[in-house]
Ligand binder design. Sequence first.
Ligand SMILES: Cc1cc2nc3c(=O)[nH]c(=O)nc-3n(C[C@H](O)[C@H](O)[C@H](O)COP(=O)(O)O)c2cc1C
Length: 194
Amino acid sequence: MTYPSIDAIEEIFHLYDPPLWLVTARAGERRGSLIATSVVRASIVAERPRMLIAIARQHHTWGLIESSGRFALHLLPADDLEAVWRFGLATGHRTDKFAGLAIRETPDGQPLYPGAASWMDCRVEWGMDTGDRSVYLAEIVGGGLMLETPVLTVAALLREAPPDRKAELDRLYARDREIDAAAILAWRRERPPR
Ligand SMILES: Cc1cc2nc3c(=O)[nH]c(=O)nc-3n(C[C@H](O)[C@H](O)[C@H](O)COP(=O)(O)O)c2cc1C
């Protein structure tokens, strides 16, 4: 199946500007982290706050969340592009992304990034395998503000990224898109048509 309106769909995605979230997770001694835009508030009930996130199953951080059922979400100051290069380009499958950082712990035991504007502790209530990703519904069990500042968004990232970093982002995006496309097709093949 082809999508003749694929350019329009891409344009629609550029009509809004999502924040970049730093997701950290720990399972036993193993720690990990990644940058994510697929993160949204999922409840309006102040006493029952919840988030929805979608994490690609190929990522190191995914395995940690699967094992522990917990993660922390951070918003980043608008000028902290270094965090994107550190947490969003490398993979914890091969490197320790926290090396050289004075990482603290959230009350729920997740890695706390000291440069963040805010943090929230989350516990998974439900997970759904969508082929390329796992979508998690999570209860927020704690949180704190660390810095009053505008937060980093996709538009700011694309505006401020130097050419070599932009090229690296594009390269990784293209690679992940291929892996994800195959996983979505495999997932659809295994499911009866609706
Ligand atoms: C701007 C941006 C947005 C991203 N959004 C997501 C996302 O929503 N979900 C996801 O699984 N990965 C997302 N990624 C990709 C991961 O952050 C990246 O592949 C990371 O290196 C994975 O690390 P890990 O293998 O150590 O877990 C995003 C990356 C960038 C740069």
